[in-house]
Design a protein around this ligand. Structure first.
Ligand code: FES
Ligand SMILES: [Fe+2]
Length: 409
């Protein structure tokens, strides 16, 4: 369990909060590039870390991400006209470019220089992996875009979807590193496996590695080592490989980006069926929205007969919906002061401690992990090592991507 104060420190992401400020040191996924595909296309609303924004692509193809509120009298720029290299507010015609400069102020007399004094908050954007990423932190601290492997592979080698989780980001991310739930929530009576016996969390220069191990029949320990890259990325050691990003929309909503990718060849139809049929981490969303069809309002379409039959532990279809549903069921913000944590929660306890430590160190001016783009050349892995071998040492050996070409753009 966490004290109220510790919990607050981890979950709040607004401007000025400890975690919010830490998250603003990293690149954050904002929208799919295809949502603002063409120059001068309609702008789209984006909410990140509690801030209401609009994304647009200007006449020259540059992407802008501006405060949604016009700095004149706060009308929404979502209704704006995207024309001639800027987004024009339709209330009184003020116009802003992708850098946040006010480039036209037709409501004011022509001889005033007022427009040169007005700016709108604008965040820098880059496009990687079919996604527009933004940096919302201090300009002088902006890091290079990390060598996040899935974001650098060509389009046929990746499949990226997203869905909203109506709960705090940390519930999502904790679920991602909580290996003991796999044997229950996702497989349960269908495929009984015992929960892990060993747990390790190793801090690294990109974030940390969570290990869970089981005794193998040959006397060795079979480890699953999961990469967490700061502040909210998971790399999944499946085939095809996978990834999640739990990007906070605000304190009570999270955009869960879900990825399948292959670092060296295009994804093939045979291996994608599970994903395309929404049986894996990807959800089937209400058309035109990021909300899953199976959601809180319909109890995630739980099928009690299926649950009773033993063919499904939950009666909820699809791994992504199972995670989303059970994490939302904890409330928009879980009250971690009333939990009862056991041995199987060791990873969760260690992850929280490390995150708290990272937040505290960042608050006192230390450079947080993950800002060196090359430190992200990592993959999650499964491996077996003798019982007396040190997991901590193996991690560095195994999760670093040796084939640097694969990680490069
Ligand atoms: S509120 Fe935007 S121009 Fe007046
Ligand atoms: Fe899960």
């Amino acid at each position: 369990m966490l004290t109220r104060e510790e919990n607050e420190k981890l979950i709040r992401v607004g401007k000025g909060t400890p975690m919010g400020e830490l998250m603003r040191r990293y690149w954050i996924p904002a929208v799919f590039s295809k949502e603002i595909a063409a120059p001068d296309c309609p702008p789209v609303r984006v909410k990140l870390l509690g801030e209401r924004l609009v994304a647009f692509r200007d006449t020259q193809g540059r992407v802008g991400l501006l405060d949604e509120r016009c700095p004149h009298r706060t009308a929404s720029l979502f209704f704006g006209r995207n024309e001639e290299c800027g987004l024009r507010c339709v209330y009184h015609g003020w116009k802003f470019d992708v850098e946040g400069n006010c480039v036209d102020m037709p409501s004011e007399p022509g001889d005033t220089n007022f427009k040169h004094k007005v700016r709108i908050a604008a965040y820098p954007c880059v496009e990687r992996g079919g996604v527009v990423w933004t940096y919302m932190g201090p300009a002088e601290l902006k890091p290079e875009f990390p060598e996040l492997e899935w974001a650098h592979v060509p389009e046929p080698q990746r499949y990226v979807t997203r869905h909203i989780q109506e709960c705090n980001w940390l519930q999502g991310m904790e679920g991602g590193f909580d290996t003991s739930h796999l044997a229950f929530l996702h497989t349960g009576t269908v495929d009984p496996v015992s929960p892990p016996q060993y747990y390790e969390v190793v801090p690294t220069d990109f974030g940390f590695v969570c290990g869970s191990g089981r005794d193998a029949p040959d006397g060795q320990i079979a480890w699953s080592a999961n990469v967490m890259a700061m502040p909210f990325h998971k790399i999944i050691s499946t085939a095809p490989m996978g990834a999640h990003v739990w990007a906070p929309i605000d304190d009570e909503n999270t955009m869960n980006w879900s990825v399948d990718f292959n670092p060296t060849r295009p994804l093939e139809a045979g291996e994608m069926q599970k994903s395309w049929n929404h049986n894996y981490i990807h959800t089937e969303n209400i058309p035109g929205s990021d909300r899953a069809k199976a959601n809180r309002d319909n109890d995630y379409l739980i099928d009690r007969a299926l649950q009773a039959s033993g063919k499904s532990y939950t009666g909820i279809r699809g791994l992504g919906i199972q995670d989303c549903g059970i994490q939302e069921s904890m409330g928009p913000i879980a009250d971690r002061s009333i939990e009862h944590l056991g041995i199987s929660d060791t990873l969760i306890i260690k992850v929280r401690k490390l995150l708290l430590q990272t937040v505290r160190e960042a608050q006192s001016g230390a450079t947080p992990p993950g800002l060196n783009p090359r430190s992200w050349r990592v993959r999650s892995a499964r491996f077996k090592i003798p019982e007396d071998a040190d997991f901590m040492h193996m991690v560095d050996e195994i999760v670093r991507v040796k084939d640097k070409a694969a990680a490069a753009e």
